[in-house]
Design a protein around this ligand. Structure first.
Ligand SMILES: Nc1nc2c(ncn2[C@@H]2O[C@H](COP(=O)(O)OP(=O)(O)O)[C@@H](O)[C@H]2O)c(=O)[nH]1
Ligand SMILES: [Mg+2]
Length: 255
């Protein structure tokens, strides 16, 4: 089983994309299951095969620990580590090709807590990769784009997994805007030139330029894809990128 962890900031479209990916996989005869790891999810746009809410209830955590919803989310995500074994026993009853994993709404609950490392280990580090969603509303300016890529790089650094970088919700933008953001990722010289051109008056650009250099040094730039869960755009490319990473390019196309 190969595991795709969908990560990104709150509202970047993780849950919706997990649902759309599941549908695309079904339509293209790719066997998969869906795991919800968000104990705080209220309504999900898919039917999970495995649901952390079966073991952890946010309401119970709030009552038991006397916490509000935000504190309870942190405790609930730490409690995931305690429940991993039980959950993995259920995961292991499935025989499938891909496990699509929806992570907690707030990025930091997954990327910056210790439980995530244990979760990745339990699923199998060798068989896992990240699908990182960047919210394009943040990516429209050179400085915003650099912030978003920095966050993606930090998450990748924290979790030490290969990453597919995605620009989410591309249906909300004009093709030209999306193209510009994709170009920035593929051609970092263009990003630097636009940063200097458009943002040289902004005080944050001094920091933006330093962060840009760090991203270049880390080798973050390369390939980014645009997706829309709503319009089902770019999901075949997620499949192709995962096949390439896991199987070296075998059977990358289903269309
Ligand atoms: N236009 C558009 N909206 C989307 C898309 N994907 C998600 N959304 C909306 O973005 C909001 C947050 O999505 P959700 O999947 O819950 O984000 P999550 O917090 O990352 O799981 C919801 O209102 C979705 O309907 C998309 O591809 N296009
Ligand atoms: Mg969600």
């Amino acid at each position: 089983m190969k595991n795709l962890f969908f990560v990104g900031t709150a509202g970047s479209g993780k849950s919706t994309l997990v649902g759309a990916t599941k549908t695309w996989f079904e339509d293209n005869a790719v066997d998969s299951i869906v795991v919800n790891l968000d104990p705080g999810a209220e309504a999900l746009p898919y039917v999970p095969d495995i649901d952390i809410r079966d073991w952890i209830s946010l309401g119970d955590v709030m009552t038991e620990y006397g916490l509000g919803p935000n504190g309870a989310q942190v405790v609930a995500s730490d409690l995931m580590a305690v429940n991993i074994r039980k959950m993995m026993d259920v995961v292991d009853t499935f025989e499938t090709d891909y496990v699509l994993i929806d992570t907690p709404g707030q990025l930091e609950l997954f990327a910056f807590r210790e439980s995530s490392d244990r979760l990745v280990k339990a699923f199998g580090r060798q068989d896992s990769m990240l699908v990182y969603l960047s919210d394009p509303t943040l990516c429209k300016t050179p400085n915003g784009f650099i912030s978003s890529m920095m966050l993606s790089a930090i998450v990748q650094f924290r979790l030490q997994l290969p990453t597919i970088n995605l620009l989410s919700k591309c249906d909300l933008f004009q093709e030209k805007e999306t193209e510009r953001m994709l170009t920035w990722f593929e051609n970092s010289d263009a990003l630097y030139a636009d940063l200097m051109d458009e943002c040289h008056d902004n005080p944050e650009t001094v920091v933006g330029a330093e962060l840009f250099k760090a991203l270049e040094t880390m080798g973050v730039f390369g390939e980014i894809r645009s997706v829309s869960a709503q319009e089902e755009i770019g999901i075949a490319e997620i499949y192709a990128a995962a096949q390439l990473e896991f199987f070296g390019g075998e059977d990358t196309s289903r269309e």
